[in-house]
Design a protein around this ligand. Sequence first.
Ligand code: GCO
Length: 432
Amino acid sequence: MANFPGNFLWGAASAAYQIEGGVKEGGRGRSIWDVFSHTPGRIRNGDHGDVACDSYHRWREDIRLAREMGLGAYRFSAAWPRIAPDGDTAWNEDGFAYYDQIVDALLEAGIEPWITLYHWDLPQTLQNQGGWQNAGTARAFAGYAARMGERFKGRVTHWFTFNEPQCFINLGCASGEHAPGLQLDEDSLEMCWKNFREAHILAAGVLHGVDANNSVGMASTGTVCYPASSRPEDVEAARESTFALPQGVRSFSHTLALDGMREHLDLIGINLYHGVAVRMGEAGPEAVPCPVGGPRTAIDWPITPDALEWGPRFLAERYHLPLYISENGLSCRDQIFLDGKVHDPQRIDFLTRYLRALSRAVDSGADVRGYFHWSLTDNFEWAEGYSQRFGLAYVDYATGERTLKDSGAWYADVIRSNGGNLQAEGTMRCAW
Ligand code: GCO
C-alpha cells in the first residue's frame, strides 16, 4: 500500500468571503456576495458574511491553527474588492497590507501561501457594468492579477486564478442560487465562459511575466465518475462519463474549464467531494444509484471515497499536468461536547477513506502532488449560510473562538507521518 511521495504537500483551504468579515473595513469595496447575501430570501436563515469568522481581525489565530497542525501550505483567497474596491485601477493600499501580514506570518511559520485570486467575490461595480458578460471584466482581472503578482513577488509563487468557474457561472448566472443571482440565456452564458477563459489566459500570462517562478493553476470542479467494479468495461464507462460533453448549462464538467487551457496552466487544482458510480450497461455507460440509506454527510452529499482515486487518475491521463486536490472534506453536525472538545469521528473516518483512495491514485502513477483540506475552519457556506461546518477547527460564531476538532489533531498526525497513519487497522482516534 502506498506511501505518499516525500515532498507531498499537505494543506488546508479557505476563501475570503467565507471567513474574513470586515466587509466595510480597510477601504474594502462591495462585492456581489455582499449584495446577494443581503437580499432577502437568498441565504438560509438570512445569514451573510459581514462578520463570518472575523478572520479580518483574527487571522493570527487561523495561522496558529495551521501551524499547530503542521500544514505545509495554506490556500486562501484575496478579496478582489479589498485590492480594487471598484474593480478598476484605484488600488487600495490597506487591502494589500492586510494580505502582506498574512503572507509574511505564513512564511515565518514555514507554511507556503497559495493564493486564489477569484473565489467568487466580484466587485459589485464590475457587476453593474455587466460582470462576466463584459469583456472588460477579463481585462480588469488581468490588471488585478498583475498587481498581486508584483506585490507578492518572491513571497508567493503558487496561484490559482479562479475557483470553480463551473459554479460561479452555472450557480451564479444560470440557476441564480449564488451571487449575482442571474438566470441568463445560453448566449449570455457563453459570453461568461468566453470572458472567464480570456481572464485566466491574460492573468496566467501576466503572472508568468512578473516572475518566471510563478506556478499558475485553476481550481476546477466537476462530476467525477468512478467504476462500479474493477471490470475494464466499467472503468471505461466511468472515464467516458467523467468527460462526456455536458448536456445543458447545469452540467458541471472539468472539461468546461480545462479543455484547451493546457498551455496556460502549470498545475490543476481539483475540488472533489463526491462522485457517481458508473458501469457499462447494455446501451452504454449508466449511473449506479447510491444505496438506499447509504452514508451521507450533513449537507447530504454521498460519501464516495473511490472518487478521490479515479478523479485524479482520469484528470492526470487527460491533461498531463501536476495535480493538487485543492478542496476535499465534509460538513458534519459538529458541537462542543461537555468536555469542551469537538469530537468528529465521522470526519476522521471520511478522510481516512478518501485519503486511502488518493494514495491508490498516487500508486497508479497519477502525478498528484498535494492535498488541501476544505476547510481550515468552519465558515460561511454560501447559500447554506452557517448551517454547514466543514472545518478542522470549530468556530463559535457568537464569540469568534476557534477550537481544533479531533480531526484537526488527527490531520496533524497524517501530516507528521506523511499518510503513514492512514493504513492502521480501524480509524478511530477519539478522546472519548
Ligand atoms: C465550493 C467552494 C467552497 C465551498 C466548499 C464546500 O466548492 O463550493 O470552493 O467555497 O465552501 O466547496 O461546499
